[in-house]
Design a binder for this molecule. Structure first.
Ligand SMILES: [Ca+2]
Ligand SMILES: [Ca+2]
Ligand SMILES: [Ca+2]
Length: 233
């Protein structure tokens, strides 16, 4: 009898631990990629007064989870090589946005931002893949694009932060002519911008065990997107 009680208790404990582990998952995702800053002052994504086809390139990442994630030592790569390594003590708070610019002297952007640690993001305007790796070089997210990356605007999840597919920024609902949104969402206000979400962010997606491949066919776009789950700190 005692053996049965022990086994039953053990089973309950295991189930409880599995449940806790299941909740202790989080996603950091690549949300927006500006490979081809538009010409003129409109292309000054890093807000330093100068439009540069390289320095104003931008990658926006987003923490979908409700827990702070330590992204120290994580890295962004293009198809060729590492382009940025996140510095020590870099924490991404719940529903927080982090922006990496190619270079320049960004200012007046009310979110976390940095220059690429290599001095360049080196984003091809077409036929490029952007990878996000964690500190153990495990692939967390990747986004591939073709010629649609070279249309004087960013490519962005629709809806921002949570969509499974990417669109050209002008095609984003309520974009209202905006060609990119470096450090903010068009339709939702992340917590680290002082908002709680105009529409309220949907619940984080349920992690899937296997790598997920997405193929977005709308508007002639063809993206391949992989996502992996990560453990919380
Ligand atoms: Ca480029
Ligand atoms: Ca600039
Ligand atoms: Ca944005």
């Amino acid at each position: 009898m005692k053996g049965k009680i022990f086994l039953t208790s053990l089973l309950i404990l295991v189930c409880l631990l599995i449940s806790i582990q299941g909740e202790a998952q989080a996603f950091i995702i690549i949300n927006e990629i500006l490979a081809d800053p538009p010409p003129g002052i409109e292309g000054d994504a890093n807000n330093d007064g100068v439009t540069s086809s390289t320095q104003d390139e931008m990658i926006e990442i987003f923490n979908q989870n409700s827990n702070t994630i330590d992204i120290s030592g994580w890295s962004l790569h293009d198809a060729l090589k590492p382009r940025h390594v996140f510095a020590a003590d870099t924490l991404l708070e719940p529903q927080g946005i982090f922006v990496v610019f190619g270079g320049g002297t960004p200012n007046s952007i009310n979110v976390d931002w940095v220059f690429s640690s290599s001095g360049s993001l080196g984003l091809n305007n077409s036929n490029e893949t952007v990878f996000l790796y964690d500190i153990d070089n495990i692939l967390i997210d990747s986004v591939s694009y073709g010629a649609e990356g070279g249309k004087d605007q960013s490519l962005v999840r629709s809806p921002e932060g949570y969509g499974d597919t990417f669109v050209k920024h002008l095609d984003l609902e309520n974009a209202d002519g905006a060609r990119y949104s470096a450090g903010y969402f068009i339709n939702e206000i992340p917590i680290n911008e002082g908002g709680e979400g105009e529409q309220g962010p949907p619940n984080p997606k349920v992690p899937e065990m296997a790598t997920i491949w997405y193929l977005a066919l709308g508007g002639g776009l063809a993206f391949i997107h992989k996502r992996r789950k990560i453990a919380l700190i």
